[in-house]
Ligand binder design. Structure first.
Ligand code: GYE
Length: 358
């Protein structure tokens, strides 16, 4: 265990001296809730202070600097909530949360601040894979372990991070491709020419790169499948709708939409309806999506999404376990994929939905 609060407050002095504005260290203590609220975004504002009433001494707490990339999707909100409910003072943590608002420069700045503050661990969900070498080198020089959560980085030296925990995006998407092949076979359409469009996530993000690659691998096996266009909707509902409107104006005959996350699929459904077309198992356009958040279950139940490939956002308990193992001097697996499955409208979705947390 390293020094906890004392290092944090020394870091704050340094930052203040450097003219950076930080609040929350009044009376020698940071207020986790305050810090979370400053991070902006609707979900942070709801977070209660977590250091109150625990009776724990600040020196016992493990300080975690968490750089979340944004709040662009339902998945992301569930992901943040998972950390919020796990990395609590009751569970031995002092959480410093920063929302990068979908900008890598904000995330790099957050990491640099965490390093100056001398946190015990950095957890980062990197918005894109490239551009992290220098700041991760600084973290290593400062002796701060970095846990990559949700998305990967592409760095010269893999020792710059301790481990990765998150989805296996290539696999999710290969599974989606194989599901489509099965579905078309069941409908007797395996020989038909199939026109596909893809709503891509944030370009250069692991979830985009992996899902594009995975589906591409299956696409190669089907000469009668035609990828008309792949275009980014940045993982948001608004952009998903905009790109789908463009697809519908540009291509007359779309058989399948691959949406690399649920929020873009929700936007696509609105665009399809507005264009007077239909989607889902009884509609003209097959929709395959990723994440499997609660609202996507509703879409499957209403018959607008055909299948959804789960990406599990509940990273809090996994990161908690990794940190506890590291604190106990144990080694941890470098790559830790979360458990994931898929859902389609042939399943008892009402029942499955009841037991889900997001
Ligand atoms: O699919 C999407 C979010 O990186 C797995 O990011 C995550 C993706 C998720 O915005 O909804």
């Amino acid at each position: 265990m390293k020094g906890k609060y004392s290092r944090i407050c020394a870091g704050v002095l340094l930052l203040t001296a450097a003219g950076l504005s930080l609040t929350g260290c009044g009376g020698g203590q940071w207020e986790t809730g305050e810090r979370l609220q400053q991070a902006g975004g609707e979900q942070e504002a709801q977070m209660p202070p977590e250091t109150d009433g625990t009776g724990k001494d600040g020196d016992d707490l493990i300080v975690v600097g968490l750089s979340q990339l944004g709040s662009e999707s339902d998945w992301r909100i569930a992901n943040t909530e998972s950390y919020r409910s796990t990395l609590t003072a009751e569970n031995g943590y002092y959480l410093l949360f920063e929302n990068g608002q979908q900008k890598q420069e904000n995330q790099i700045k957050a990491l640099r601040n965490f390093i100056l503050q001398g946190v015990d661990y950095i957890v980062v969900a990197p918005i894109v894979e490239t551009g992290w070498d220098s700041v991760l080198q600084d973290a290593r020089d400062a002796g701060i372990p970095v846990i990559l959560a949700d998305r990967m980085v592409s760095v010269e030296d893999d020792d710059l991070y301790t481990c990765y925990v998150g989805g296996n995006f290539v696999k999710e998407s290969e599974d989606a491709g194989r599901w489509l092949a099965d579905y078309l076979r069941q409908q007797g359409r395996e020989e038909e020419e199939i026109n596909i469009v893809t709503l891509q996530g944030t370009l250069g993000a692991s979830a985009e790169l992996g899902r594009t690659e995975g589906f591409g691998n299956v696409l190669k096996e089907h000469p009668n499948w035609h990828m008309l266009e792949i275009k980014s909707g940045d993982f948001t509902q608004a952009k998903g709708q905009e790109v789908m409107e463009y697809f519908l104006e540009t291509y007359e005959d779309i058989d399948v939409v691959i949406s690399q996350n649920d929020n873009m699929a929700f936007g696509a459904i609105d665009a399809i309806r507005a264009a007077g077309k239909t989607c889902g198992p009884d509609g003209e356009i097959i929709i395959i999506s990723f994440d499997a958040v609660s609202a996507a279950f509703d879409c499957m139940l209403q018959g607008t999404i055909n299948a959804d490939f789960e990406c599990n956002p509940l990273h809090g308990p996994l990161v908690d376990q990794i940190i506890k193992d590291l604190e106990a001097g144990k080694s941890v697996d470098k790559i830790q994929y979360v458990e994931e499955t898929y859902f389609d409208t042939a399943m008892d979705l009402e029942k499955i939905k009841e037991g889900r947390m997001y």
